[in-house]
Design a protein. Structure first.
Length: 131
């Protein structure tokens, strides 16, 4: 498995989620969780569609790619907590952070099922049995 595209897509996912949550924080801090979850849902499906369209991926490889995306998002999370001098315990006591992490994996696999099934079905027709 080539790690170049999953890492690139993971960085894009993390940056866009943090831009959306920062913009939501500027409007009203109460909207941060909602903005993060909506951005994770939409962007994970979009990036999965793009990834499956560019690379022929098995389910196992898509699981590995989604775990890479999760790790990159977690690293960006820690960097943000350190950069903004937030309290780690308070920040990570928010359950919706973990929901977002799980959503990344679940939606990447669901997107693979949705978008990957079409490419696999059109790739090669099954051979007819000999008579």
């Amino acid at each position: 498995m080539n790690f170049k595209k999953p890492v690139l897509f993971g960085v894009i996912l993390a940056i866009v989620v943090f831009v959306a949550t920062t913009a939501a924080w500027m409007v009203n801090p109460a909207y941060v969780d909602i903005a993060a979850l909506i951005t994770v849902i939409v962007l994970t499906l979009v990036l999965t569609k793009l990834y499956v369209g560019k690379v022929s991926v098995a389910t196992k490889d898509m699981l590995m790619a989604s775990i890479i995306w999760l790790i990159i998002a977690a690293v960006f999370d820690v960097a943000m907590v350190v950069a903004m001098n937030l309290n780690f315990v308070t920040y990570y006591s928010n359950v919706l952070i973990y929901v977002g992490y799980v959503l990344i994996i679940v939606l990447a696999l669901a997107g693979h099922r949705l978008f990957g099934a079409k490419t696999a079905a059109t790739a090669a027709p099954a051979e007819a049995p000999a008579k």
